[in-house]
Design a protein around this ligand. Structure first.
Ligand code: ATP
Length: 280
């Protein structure tokens, strides 16, 4: 029976891993009038890292908020389409229940509790869990720096340490799917490499499924299996990470490699654009 369905899937060209998250043709509206996502679909296969790329305002964070159920707190709603997690329709399921089911989001800008210690911040992330001892061990193994600083107050940590803490806190909910909103934001290049190295290790060693939103396409495509490129609330392009990294348009607009010489798409402009996006 199992062998038959595998053969069938192979014949139909279906992806070899099953979708853990399937976003099907969703529209998202804020304040009843501002249409931000316009028929967006994407799949995150079980056990894979998927990168969602796009420039400022494309709707990347909104996509993560739709998946994690956070839109209602911002007067946003999924007005059409559906979101499936682990085969179940969660479009109308509230955010807390989604965390319990295994969807965990580490938000842009870190959002740690500044007055709490590292250990207390991690404990706060484990509110859906009973046996937190092994979860602390797990997070400290992947982020040894957090173990060293566990009694420090989070507000005094460096940007990179706060980023690690935000990811560590999301891991304390024992997620099946870890969603990360711009983990590279504001980090020095070495720390960006380190953070993405840890994301790749988490995936390779534990099979954790990851959906990562990034403006730093180079580093995201470096660890992802598959990538989506979105603009103005829609997916413009999707492919394997290797194919996207070789795509001429992606190279020019997102990887800062000029293939056209003069004009708007020059390396200098792209670099300037990227820098502007990063620091404004
Ligand atoms: P960035 O890379 O700058 O974070 P993004 O791709 O994550 O951008 P979103 O933050 O999802 O984009 O925003 C997409 C659009 O939705 C933008 O035009 C933004 O102004 C709008 N938007 C986002 N949040 C809200 C909100 N709470 N109310 C109204 N409009 C919003």
């Amino acid at each position: 029976m199992i062998a038959e369905s595998v053969t069938e899937a192979q014949h139909s060209g279906a992806p070899e891993s099953q979708s853990l998250l399937a976003i099907n043709n969703i529209e998202v509206i804020y304040d009843d009038v501002i249409l931000v996502l316009r028929g967006l679909s994407l799949n995150v296969p079980q056990g894979k890292i998927v990168a969602l790329l796009g420039s400022n305002g494309a709707g990347k964070s909104t996509t993560l908020k739709a998946a994690s159920g956070l839109l209602p707190s911002e007067q946003g709603e999924v007005s059409s389409g559906s979101i499936l997690f682990d085969g179940e329709d969660i479009t109308k399921v509230d955010a807390a229940e989604r965390v319990k089911r295994g969807l965990s989001l580490s938000m842009e800008g870190r959002h740690v509790f500044p007055d709490l210690t590292i250990a207390e911040n991690l404990q706060a992330g484990a509110y859906t869990q009973r046996n937190t001892g092994e979860l602390f061990d797990f997070v400290y193994e992947f982020f040894p720096r957090l173990a060293d600083l566990r009694t420090r107050v989070a507000g005094f940590l460096s940007g990179g340490e706060q980023q690690m803490l935000a990811i560590g806190r999301a891991l304390m909910a024992r997620p099946k799917l870890l969603m990360l909103d711009e983990p590279s934001l504001g980090l020095a290049p070495k720390l960006v490499e380190e953070t993405f190295g840890t994301i790749a290790r988490l995936n390779a060693e534990t099979g954790l499924t990851v959906l990562v939103v990034e403006q730093n396409a180079t580093v995201a495509l470096g660890v992802a299996h598959h990538g989506y490129l979105m603009e103005q609330g829609k997916i413009m392009l999707e492919d394997s990470a290797e194919a996207l990294a070789e795509n001429p348009d992606v190279k020019e607009f997102y990887l800062g490699v000029s293939t056209s010489g003069e004009g708007k798409k020059s390396y200098r402009d792209v670099k300037h654009y990227k820098r502007r996006k990063r620091w404004l």
